[in-house]
Design a protein around this ligand. Sequence first.
Ligand code: SF4
Length: 279
Amino acid sequence: MITGMKQLSLFPEENIDPRSPMRINWNLWHGCTKASTGCLHCYMYRRDESVGRDPSIVQKTDVFDLPVRILRSGKYKGLYKIPYGSHIDTCFSSDFFHPDADEWRDEAWAMMKERNDCTFFMITKRPERIAAHLPSDWGTAWKHVSIAVTCENQAMADKRLPIYLSLPLSVHSVMVEPMLTAVDLRPYIDRYRYPDGRPVIRHVSVGGESGTDARVCDFKWVEDIHSQCITNGISFYYHQTGARLIKDGKLYIIPRRLQHPQAHKAGLDTDGRRAKAAT
Ligand code: SF4
């Protein structure tokens, strides 16, 4: 197990990290195999193939231990390299629950446990592997770790949501991206509720596909799922339009640089940001 120098004592006022929290990407392993049609134009595949690298080989990266690295010199010597309270987006060039990473996952959980002052966020297309690969002391959920699921079409929603929504997680977030069909979440909103009546799904994020071969996204699908969320008090985020958007029956080709701002201009976001851990 990797251990770092503890920067916080039981009496934090004696030992507060003076640096501001940051938002960090932590790609602890790289490479993946395609899980469903949403993976067809995976950006990681496109990027690796463009430089002659085999994207299907899952390998630990050289930043595997990033969250517990200690600064060895300078003003903040002895503190973690990543400041106290940071938000860490995890595993964006692989899938945290990919079977080829099974041998490294315990060590990854140990680092996340050590850095429970930070929040961690990951997205998976393999919710069927989560339950068997949570840490033994996960309990009802580590509050600082958030695991979202991707459902790019109705078939994947029907397959993945019954598994995902039954898992003990601090927050359940559904990413419909790339959105390839209309997606009806209502059966899962209605069936999976907390005792106080709130839906187990707390966040939904939607986006079209980007890239030269992008498949179309119809704005009607976006409006429909937005309406399902608003009706049920679920926060909604329209992440990006994608490269090919149909609106009012007309196809629009949207340049990459406009795909995010155009989505936000639609005014559908309820909290203006992507779901984060334990919110
Ligand atoms: S699961 Fe994610 S990283 Fe893996 S192939 Fe699919 S899109 Fe790419």
